[in-house]
Design a protein. Structure first.
Length: 464
């Protein structure tokens, strides 16, 4: 496995003028990281020494990504032959694009995506990985070839990885065969179990904080009888699935299976805190309340959901009934943590004609959203993270409070200024399990990773 850019763990001390701790805001905070990438201690009122930053925060998990789609960004904004355009016309373009991708392309694109995630403030890439086979639909000699490429990219970038091999068997709820654009994804349950084992083997050379789970793609892509006891087939690790993203999807499930997607999942699947359900933008109020009660995380991707016209997640009702959500970059058209959080809240304001929709009496909007995302991302990735406390992975981000947009702000207000008035250019440092991968706002291997990406895109676009 390529180790050119991988940063080894090292003991270190980070000192922050202020930090967000489980007990709230604190000043003059020292965080010690041990030689395994975990937080060894957190002390307040500490002397200023070590690596010094302005504001220290736990770094969230990016809970949903299709890395290869980053190379499509900007290429799908023209009107297609069928008006109005929709998710489905975008998907047709995506299918044609991925027919040209080689394993080498996927590794280079994924490395760029992971680098940009780290620079945005994410510590972890939860990769919903469904591009498994050759363009003809036949497995590579090593069925885990593409998973090895995702792992190799993580080894180069130093990001924490939760790899989710995706089970994709059918072209629709009626069990029809996969279409030409989907055949690279396809596996029956037996072959998928072999692929998942090969993916697990591909992670063997990565650090201890690496995680593996599984992802039945959607109700459209896996048989109903298989979904009913899906978690029993894979008793360990996270389970993620797209659910209720598009109106035509709702119509198809209702026509074929006699219920709306969320309704069917609630009635037939043992949903619990191992599950992360992606999008959920097409739910009734009753479905929202009952799904929140299962303990499953809702994986939200507001920029992609806006780009594809999916709809608006009922975040106010979900949070009001104790539901936990996490944030992902999905299509990677934009990898921008603060913008994802801002877009989530603005969608609630636009729908309900209100402001500060997700705030509470005791916490500002930015603080409420950020803490929910920390908690939900940790749960969804099965990663001991999300809090600056002893024993957790040292997943941290620092904001440069000397910059004009943050200067003079403190406590909740500094989060609000970052999310609603700033951008990810305010991120100065990021650590993933103690690996100090972003320094002075740049990934330590940016030059090399970007050069590989440029070579890949030149070759790929020539082929297209």
């Amino acid at each position: 496995m390529d180790t050119r850019y991988y940063a080894k763990w090292a003991k270190m001390r980070i000192w922050a003028e202020s930090a967000l701790l489980p007990t709230g805001w604190a000043s003059e905070v020292a965080v010690a990281v041990d030689g395994t990438g975990r937080i060894a201690s957190v002390n307040t009122g500490a002397s200023k020494s070590g690596h010094c930053v302005g504001l220290l925060l736990p770094s969230p998990v990016n809970v949903h990504s299709h890395a290869f789609q980053r190379a499509m960004a900007g290429l799908t904004e023209r009107r297609g032959t069928n008006f109005p355009d929709s998710f489905w016309t975008w998907r047709d373009l995506m299918f044609r694009f991925l027919g040209h991708l080689t394993p080498e392309h996927v590794e280079a694109i994924t490395a760029l995506v992971q680098m940009e995630m780290l620079e945005a403030g994410y510590s972890t890439n939860t990769e919903f990985h469904y591009l498994h086979h050759t363009p003809a639909g036949t497995p590579y000699e090593n069925i885990g070839e593409m998973s090895e490429r995702i792992a190799a990219a993580a080894n180069r970038t130093g990001i924490g990885l939760c790899l989710l091999p995706v089970h994709y068997e059918f072209g629709g709820c009626d069990g029809r065969e996969l279409g030409p654009g989907q055949i690279r994804f396809g596996n029956d349950l037996d072959r998928f179990q072999r692929l998942r084992d090969a993916a697990n083997d591909a992670l063997a050379g990565l650090p201890e904080d690496t995680q593996i789970g599984v992802a039945p793609h959607s109700l459209r892509a896996v048989a109903s009888e298989t979904l009913k006891d899906y978690a029993d087939h894979f008793p360990d690790g996270p389970v993620h699935m797209h659910l209720a993203e598009q109106i035509p999807e709702v119509d198809e499930v209702q026509a074929q299976w006699g219920a709306r997607p969320v309704e069917w999942a609630l009635d037939h699947m043992a949903l619990d805190n191992r599950w992360c359900l992606i999008h959920c933008t097409q739910m009734t109020p009753s479905e929202t309340v009952h799904l929140a009660a299962t303990g499953a995380v809702s994986g939200l991707c507001p920029i992609t959901e806006s780009s594809l016209g999916d709809g608006i997640f009922d975040g106010v009702r979900w949070a009001g009934h104790g539901g936990c959500f996490a944030i992902g970059s999905d299509s990677n058209i934009r990898i921008a943590l603060s913008e994802e959080l801002r877009t989530l809240d603005y969608s609630q304001r636009l729908r309900d004609h209100t402001r500060a929709a997700l705030a509470t009496e005791g916490m500002s909007t930015g603080r409420c959203i950020f803490e929910n995302v920390l908690r939900g991302g940790a749960q969804a990735a099965g990663r001991w993270t999300g809090r600056l406390e002893e024993g957790r992975w040292a997943d941290m981000l620092a904001l440069d409070t000397a910059l004009p947009m943050l200067y003079g702000f403190s406590m909740d207000t500094v989060l609000d200024a970052w999310i609603f008035a700033g951008d990810d250019g305010l991120v100065s440092d990021v650590w993933s399990a103690g690996r100090h991968m972003v320094q002075n706002g740049r990934h330590i291997a940016r030059t090399e990773v970007f050069a590989d990406y440029v070579r890949t895109i030149d070759a790929l676009r020539s082929a297209l």
